[in-house]
Design a protein around this ligand. Structure first.
Ligand code: PMP
Length: 406
């Protein structure tokens, strides 16, 4: 990553020049949502100033410009993920993408006696939809354990993959521990047993070079706002045979070919899953975001973030009383931690007064908190636009805060 001018990259992010509480902002909450480069903000602005119209409905010039911009974003996303663009359903985010699979793929298929396997490190977005499906179908949920480091217990996971299991849904990267799961190998094991796989890619897409086609999963879900794109954008990739077989989830305009009161002929996938006016400007922004990330290079981004993670981990380990949660073999740039004798929210509140933004709470992962026996943690998460100096500020602030609380 020596070739990338990271100071110039950072200058692309207008918000990062802000102050909070009279201190320069140190934004360490990118796992929650990422900041946006000017290129993304300007793409959204330009769409509304120059091209705004609805997609697919109008023959006038703006209508085709808007349609081209929206479909162009789909093609950019497809290239970024190394899949075909007609295999990508554009939606509002990972939560929607997983619910689409839950309602459209799982609900019609699952029966009493069937099982869904999850892991203990899932975000609520990859737990609650399956609980709702289980309740309505009579299927049961089974949960794979983690070890002390925060890696999946693969032996336990594979032991759960018995013939009644119809779906294995698991995260690519943990939003709390940073654990990077061996997706290819897990999908291979599931596929051997005829089990369909869904991977939650929310925390992987912003940090890793992705080749979704090579992962061997059936469904891959991700959210745009964590990867430099606007909120309210997301993608579901699915194998074409699933998209073909799945009935529509929401009905409305855009998703039909012909409607009469006798019946409706649906559009082909992915359009049959995109009812109503989509977040056109949002996807224009997300298209600009993947252009931006692609120009830096995801391998450069991954290397930069790994260097920030290593630096921050070493510095935090020197602060007395700090406990770090999650030491996975392969880890993304996320550090969950606590300080002995201090509550997570108090830590985060005092860090905020120093200008340092970290998240505190359960991170939408109650079962994982139970695994570690704590109600909440603080989480510092890093992106390529963060600096080593910011980590120094964070660690110094934590030392100061610790003296106040401990
Ligand atoms: N899964 C994981 C692992 C996440 O980190 C998040 C976002 N915190 C989600 C799912 C949900 O994403 P969204 O809220 O954008 O739908």
């Amino acid at each position: 990553s020596g070739a990338v001018d990271w100071a110039r990259i950072r200058a692309d992010f207008p918000l990062l020049t802000r102050q909070v509480h009279g201190k320069p902002l140190v934004y360490l909450d990118s796992a929650n949502t990422g900041q946006k480069p000017a290129a993304v903000i300007e793409a959204v602005d330009d769409f509304y100033r120059q091209h705004n119209a609805n997609v697919s409905r109008a023959v006038h010039a703006l209508g085709s410009e808007a349609t081209e911009a929206y479909e162009g974003a789909r093609r950019k996303l497809a290239r970024f993920l190394n899949v075909r663009s007609d295999e990508l359903v554009l939606c509002s985010g990972t939560t929607f993408a997983i619910n689409l699979v839950a309602y459209s793929w799982a609900l019609p298929r699952l029966q009493p006696g069937d099982a869904i396997v999850l892991t203990r490190m899932e975000h609520h977005a990859n737990i609650v939809p399956w609980q709702l499906v289980a309740e309505r179908t009579g299927a049961v949920l089974k949960v794979a354990n983690l070890d002390e480091r925060g890696d999946l217990d693969l032996e336990h996971l594979y032991s759960l993959l018995t013939p009644e299991v119809k779906l294995l849904a698991f995260t690519h990267v943990s939003n709390v521990l940073g654990t990077v799961n061996p997706v290819r190998e897990i999908c291979r094991q599931a596929r051997k047993r005829g089990i369909t796989t869904l991977v939650d890619g929310s925390q992987a897409a912003p940090h890793l070079a992705l080749d979704v086609a090579a992962l061997g999963c059936d469904f891959y879900a991700l959210t745009g706002h964590k990867m430099a794109g606007p909120t309210g954008t997301g993608v579901l990739w699915a194998r074409p045979e699933h998209l073909k077989a799945m009935p529509p989830f929401l009905g409305g305009g855009e998703m039909i070919r012909e409607v009469s009161f006798e019946g409706t002929v649906f559009n082909d996938a992915p359009h049959k899953f995109e009812a109503g006016t989509p977040n056109i400007a949002g996807f224009v922004g997300l298209g600009a975001a993947v252009d931006y990330l692609g120009a830096i290079g995801m391998d450069n981004i991954a290397a930069r973030e790994q260097a920030l993670l290593d630096y921050a981990t070493a510095a935090l380990e020197k602060v007395p009383g700090v406990r770090i949660f999650g030491k996975a073999r392969e880890k993304a740039a996320v550090i969950s931690f606590l300080v002995e004798g201090a509550h997570a929210h108090d830590l985060a509140t005092l860090l905020d007064l120093e200008g340092v933004a970290v998240r505190s709470g359960h991170h939408c992962a109650h079962p994982l908190m139970h695994h570690f026996g704590v109600p909440a943690t603080c989480r510092a998460s890093f992106a390529f636009y963060n600096t080593f100096e910011e980590i120094d500020v964070f660690v110094a602030a934590l030392g100061k805060v610790r003296n106040l609380l401990a």
